[in-house]
Design a binder for this molecule. Structure first.
Ligand code: DC
Length: 221
């Protein structure tokens, strides 16, 4: 039986940074499910499909073959055989992913791939519905969150460090809008699983959050 840790939470809570570190410390594989939804979104954008075209999304998603591999410790997402990692982190793709991920066919396809991955390897998997839907029997479930102001600040600093000149208010508005969409969608909305432990990262450093989660995993053993 594989050992699985599920980490859910809103955009900007620090899920991927934290999950990567936990995976490394515990010798587990990190699976970023958001990247898989982003790869699907990229496919749809390239096909010229609009976020509101639900029927086309349902049909077209069948033709997107999304697989992940781990190369030199990094997760690489392949879309129909192409490494699409360089194209996934844009605002355009993120916004499309938030919209196209409400589609039941898209979700069904992604959840199926994710369940298979977790059944065959010890994974730290992060996303929105991991503890509630993908891995309801995960050994440890964490719900990672932070205030929208803190999350917007992190994003602002990330973009500034890249040499961009972002607008704080529009980043914050974008985060709030995405939260709304992720939490209010009909199928597997973002919510804390009943047996998940809530960790608020607003006032904690990365190392403090990692420490806290490692303690929780020890307590669950
Ligand atoms: O974590 P992220 O920003 O890379 O995710 C992009 C979008 O994908 C997010 O707005 C919602 C969706 N998503 C999802 O619906 N379920 C997941 N398990 C992961 C991401």
């Amino acid at each position: 039986m594989s050992y699985n840790i599920a980490i859910d939470g809103p955009a900007g809570a620090g899920k991927s940074t934290i999950a990567k570190k936990i995976a490394k410390k515990k010798g587990m594989i990190y699976v970023d499910t958001g990247s898989m939804y982003r790869a699907m979104a990229l496919y749809l954008i390239r096909r010229g499909i609009k976020p509101e075209e639900a029927e086309q999304i349902g049909e077209e998603c069948e033709h997107a073959d999304i697989t992940i591999r781990h190369e030199s410790g990094e997760q690489v997402v392949y879309l129909n055989g192409e490494n699409v990692n360089p194209y996934l982190r844009t605002e355009e793709v993120g916004n499309m992913a938030s919209r196209s991920s409400v589609n039941p066919k898209v979700r069904q396809k992604m959840v199926c791939i994710q369940k298979k991955l977790a059944a065959t390897a010890d994974v730290v998997m992060d996303g929105r519905d991991i503890g509630t839907c993908v891995l309801p029997d995960a050994d440890v479930k964490i719900y990672l969150t932070a205030s929208s102001t803190v999350r917007a600040k992190r994003r602002f600093e990330e973009l500034t460090a890249k040499g961009e000149t972002p607008d704080f208010d529009s980043i914050k508005a974008d985060i709030i809008e995405r939260d709304e969409r992720d939490m209010k969608r009909e199928i597997s909305p973002l919510r804390q699983a009943d047996d998940a432990v809530l960790v608020d990262t607003s006032e904690l450093s990365i190392e403090e959050v990692v420490e806290k989660i490692l303690e929780i995993t020890e307590e669950k053993r």
